[in-house]
Design a protein around this ligand. Structure first.
Ligand SMILES: C[S@@+](CC[C@H](N)C(=O)[O-])C[C@H]1O[C@@H](n2cnc3c(N)ncnc32)[C@H](O)[C@@H]1O
Ligand SMILES: [Zn+2]
Length: 273
């Protein structure tokens, strides 16, 4: 619930501390942000958002795919590295954050995402998750040195802001697809392929703000029905590139059982001070 994480939040307009009063978050300067009926709040500075929020259909596809357990090893790998107060940047449905709160060393979670459809789901993914609509490319509506762990799982990376909100001793966990990720599906389904320079670009993103502590590969063999393969494409940016009917035809051509491999690099970064 938002009340679990309200002490972490800062006003997107003036940076003042927010407090939860009745159904709104308010700062000392009088700025006020309503809590939506579904339990999340939108903390945006008013300017047009810079990113591409997941649509309702993409969020529904993501929820169905993750709830079926296909990426459970990824959620477990992240949970094993998380501790304390966890901020999930680009949290989507809150699936990974909820997994971290399900028994490990993490004790509460703040989900941030530009998509209100995602935050509606994240708000009910776990009782100790608070969900906030925010743009990761603007200043995060989070106080300085407020969290122990930052998650960035297939989401935009704002290195200076991630460092600002981490407490000393905190860590950033970054999950990115490798070149082998869903390689079997890329061509037949017309998906966007992973940029071969991804690791290099990641290093550039964090140079001077974070240093790489360790990295592991999580490899997940998938055995999918045609429906599941279509859902998988539907939850990715590739959904914007292939018309739905064409996708159905392409998936059907692969037969009733589709084998593929998901492969994700999970890296631990520590702030440079
Ligand atoms: C590929 S999804 C990953 C979601 C989640 N981390 C997961 O692994 O299930 C990327 C997410 O980033 C969000 N997003 C994209 N641009 C954003 C931005 N500028 N600020 C905040 N969230 C953003 C999308 O709405 C989407 O939920
Ligand atoms: Zn304010």
């Amino acid at each position: 619930m938002l009340s679990d994480v309200a002490d972490l939040l800062a006003c997107p307009l003036c940076r003042g501390d927010l407090t939860l009063q009745e159904r709104a978050l308010r700062c000392p300067a009088g700025h006020s942000f309503d809590v939506a009926r579904q339990g999340y709040a939108a903390l945006q500075a008013g300017a047009a958002a810079t990113g591409t929020a997941d649509t309702a259909a993409m969020v529904a596809a993501r929820a169905a795919f993750l709830d079926a357990g296909h990426y459970a090893p990824l959620a477990a790998a992240l949970a094993g590295l998380a501790f304390g107060t966890v901020l999930d940047a680009g949290a989507g449905t809150g699936h990974h954050l909820a997994a971290a709160l399900g028994g490990g060393a993490a004790d509460r979670g703040l989900a941030l995402d530009l998509s209100k459809y995602a935050m509606r789901r994240a708000a009910r993914a776990h009782p100790r998750i608070g969900a906030v609509v925010a743009d990761l490319w603007r200043g995060l509506p989070v106080r300085d040195a407020a969290v122990d762990t930052v998650y960035d799982v297939f989401a935009p990376r704002n290195a200076p802001e991630f460092r600002r909100v981490l407490r000393p001793g905190g860590r950033l966990l970054v999950a990115t697809p490798t070149e082998a990720h869903l390689a079997e599906l890329v061509r037949p389904l017309g998906m966007l392929s992973v940029d071969g320079r991804k690791a290099e670009r990641l290093a550039e993103t964090f140079a001077g703000t974070f240093r790489l502590e360790s990295a592991d590969l999580v490899t997940m063999p998938l055995r999918l029905t045609a429906e599941e393969a279509a859902t998988l494409v539907g939850m990715t940016p590739s959904a914007h590139h292939v018309p739905e009917e064409e996708l159905r035809e392409r998936v059907a051509a692969l037969g009733p059982r589709i084998d593929a491999t998901a492969q994700v690099r999970v890296a631990v970064y520590l702030p440079e001070r």
